[in-house]
Design a protein around this ligand. Structure first.
Ligand SMILES: [Zn+2]
Length: 287
């Protein structure tokens, strides 16, 4: 039996909340709560409607080929990319025991100082609205066809292996700050359905968002570039946000590339990037 907010544990029959990772009775792993939420029927059906509407619009605009090309790129090639600051990229590659932790975990355990008061409150509020108590488990990245990433968040683009993230990653149509503001979400509001997707439906989310903008004759390189548009300023970045439940290590990383930015990082950061990339390619040669 399953309702919107809970489902029956297949092992012992206990009703488990959608926001609980483990069955409280038998400790069976029920899967990442963010993914289970996005797999709920209302989410899937609303996303399908938005996808169908965007498709009709693209067909009306005579952009069938462009639609099919973009859909195939996202379905067959896309993955999750995380932008890491130079020093963190270097640490994670040089110490395979290191697990990438998020802001909430680091601040909560006293390992880093919080951001400024306004930024800290803003961040906590947005994460709470979207994830509740699971916010400390969420790592943020973006959906990319190759390794396109966000220079406003880091210096090194790390593409994660699909088998390391597909079961625990969900996607949101845009930056979570922008999403919460656009939908005027306040505490207690449900998350508007149809703007999130599980791994298997990531192409539907991308096409629901971008399909209506497609035009006949758009070049392939232009279409491939639509998913991530960033000029280094967070407020103007356009991307599909990836929410990864739990941490990752160097073993979860498929590739590492330097993010080219308008403003060059300082000398220390450039050195960290160089070491991270060379150590990473050494590891790959060994394995
Ligand atoms: Zn159980």
């Amino acid at each position: 039996m399953s309702s919107g907010s809970s489902c029956e544990c297949p092992e012992c029959g206990t009703l488990v909340g959608i926001n609980e990772r483990y069955c409280p009775s038998c400790t069976l792993d029920m899967g990442a709560p963010n993914v289970r939420e996005c797999a709920a029927r209302t989410e899937r059906e609303t996303l399908q409607r938005r996808f169908d509407d965007a498709r009709s619009k693209a067909m009306k605009n005579k952009a069938k080929q462009e639609w099919e090309f973009l859909s195939s790129c996202v379905q067959n090639e896309s993955g999750v990319v995380v932008a890491l600051p130079a020093q963190i990229a270097r640490s994670i590659v040089t110490d395979p025991r290191l697990v990438y932790a998020n802001y909430e975990t680091l601040v909560g355990s006293g390992l880093r100082r919080p951001a400024t008061q306004d930024n800290d409150r803003h961040r906590k509020a947005v994460a709470s609205l979207l994830f509740g108590q699971a916010d400390a488990q969420i790592r943020y990245g973006n959906l990319a066809i190759e390794t396109e990433s966000l220079g406003s968040y880091g210096d090194v683009s790390c593409r994660l292996r699909a088998d390391a993230v597909r079961k625990r990653t969900s996607f949101l149509e845009e930056n979570s700050y922008t999403f919460v503001r656009r939908h005027q979400m306040t505490p207690g509001d449900p998350i508007p359905p149809g703007y999130r997707a599980v791994w298997e439906n990531r192409h539907k989310l991308a096409l629901a968002k971008l399909g209506g903008q497609l035009k006949p004759g758009q070049r392939r390189s232009e279409l491939r570039g639509l998913l991530v548009q960033s000029c280094g300023d967070r407020s103007n970045d356009e991307f599909i946000e990836a929410h990864i439940y739990g941490g990752f290590t160097v073993d979860s990383i498929e590739s590492m590339t330097k993010i080219t930015k308008a403003k060059r990082p300082n000398r220390e950061a450039q050195m960290d990037v160089k070491i991270a990339l060379s150590q990473f390619s050494k590891r790959r040669r060994k394995s």
